[in-house]
Design a protein around this ligand. Sequence first.
Ligand code: SF4
Ligand code: SF4
Length: 224
Amino acid sequence: MARVNSKKKPYPEPERLSFPDAEAAFDWLPLILDAYIISDQGIYDSIQKEMAKKGRRLACARGCSSCCTTHVTIPVYPLELFGLYWYLLDKIDGAFKHRILEQLQDFIPGKGCPFLIDGACGIHPMRPMACRFFNVFNKACEDGEDPFYTRRHDVLTPDEKLKDKAISKMLPHHGILGRTDKKEALRNGYIYRFVRNLQEINWPKIAVRIKHGDRAPLVRSTME
Ligand code: SF4
Ligand code: SF4
C-alpha cells in the first residue's frame, strides 16, 4: 500500500532499517526490523519475478493510496505496535509529528487509516507487515475498490513461508526461542492471539501519551 515506485525508476531493492543506538537500547527493535527486511526482500523478489516473467507492472506508487482508506481490517502484531509507538515518539518531529498526532486524536474507526498524510503513508518505514504484503499489478485501485475481490489475479499472492519466516523473527519477544518451539508456534498460530486490528486501537488515547512523551510500554489497557 502506498509504496514508492515509478515507471522511470526500477523498483528499489529494500534495505534493512538501521538505528544502532535505539537497537542497543531496546532488545525488541532488531527483531521487528529483521522481520521487516525479510518481508520486504521476499516481496521484492516476488514482484521482480512477476515483472520479468509475466511482464506485469506494479501499480502501487507514492500518492496512490485508496487502499489506505478502503481497507479497514489491517492486522498489527504486538511488536509492530511497539515499533510504531517508538517511531512516533522518537523518529518524527516538528510540523509533521503535529499533523500525525492531530489525525490520531481525531481518528474515527472505519474512516481510513490515521497515518495517511497527503496521499502517502506517514509512517512508511514502520508500516505494518500487512501493508507491505499488499501489492497490486496493472492498474491502481479505484476509490473504494478492494482488488482482492474485484480482480484477485492482479493482487500479489503472499508467500506463506516468507510470512512465517518473518513472524518467527518476532517470536523471541513472546519467549519462544528454539527452532522446534518456533515451528510449533507457527503451526498452532500462537501469535495470532495477540494480533490487533489497526482500526480498533484507541489512537486518540495513544496520541495523548505521545504528546506527554510517555515511555511506559504499550499494553492492552493503554490501547483500548
Ligand atoms: S495500487 Fe491499490 S494497493 Fe497499490 S498503492 Fe494503489 S491503491 Fe494501494
Ligand atoms: S499504515 Fe496506513 S497509511 Fe500506511 S500503508 Fe498502511 S494503511 Fe496505508
